[in-house]
Design a protein around this ligand. Structure first.
Ligand code: IMP
Ligand code: MG
Length: 178
């Protein structure tokens, strides 16, 4: 595909790392239940694969947060476009995110979830674009630390497309809109 500049993380590498993370999570939550909170839509592929390999009891819920519009850089504007179905009170919440960039989305989300009295909140992100961080947040599980490139595939979109691609690639710069 011409949209692919180069493949950054192959399907095999993703699947191997996802299993390792699931093992780590299963150990850390031993004897507990975990509520996997998927951030739509990007976290969907990651959640589905991760959940299959977690061995403690798991429930799932979904939240839709928008911080990007169709552009390739952060707007800093965050809004809940779809809220959780169930209460998180007393639950061990593990936020499952595709990528942390500026951190604005998660910092907003954690603030608004904390006041709902969960037993704990942790963060699991497949990708961490650490160099772009604008706010200080603790990330408990990171799949891969990635460079400051616009990444697509495995849940990550470019203008809503390519979320279904099983690997992660760097977008060909000729497609940048800003
Ligand atoms: P943040 O608020 O700047 O941390 O942005 C987090 C959100 O921006 C992620 O959940 C993604 O939806 C989106 N995002 C950040 N970087 C990329 C990228 O390289 N490709 C696709 N989406 C991205
Ligand atoms: Mg996202």
């Amino acid at each position: 595909m011409d949209i692919v500049d180069r493949i950054l993380i192959s399907e095999d590498e993703i699947q191997k790392r996802v299993r390792e993370l699931a093992e780590e999570i299963s150990k850390d939550y031993a004897g507990k239940e975990v509520l996997l909170l998927c951030i739509l839509k990007g976290g969907l592929m990651f959640l589905a694969d991760l959940a299959k390999h977690i061995t403690v009891p798991v429930t799932m819920d979904f939240i839709g947060i928008s911080s990007y519009g169709n552009a390739t850089t952060s707007s800093g504007v965050v809004r809940i476009v779809k809220d959780l179905e169930d209460s998180i009170e007393g639950k061990h919440v593990l936020i499952v995110e595709d990528i942390i960039d500026s951190g604005l989305t998660l910092s907003y989300l954690i603030n608004s979830l904390s006041i709902r009295n969960p037993a704990s909140i942790k963060i699991c992100t497949l990708l961490d674009k650490q160099v772009n961080r604008e706010v200080d947040i603790t990330v408990d599980y990171v799949g891969f630390t990635v460079p400051n490139e616009f990444l697509v595939g495995y849940g990550l979109d470019f203008q809503e497309y390519y979320r279904n691609i099983p690997y992660i690639f760097i977008l060909n710069p000729k497609y940048y809109t800003d």
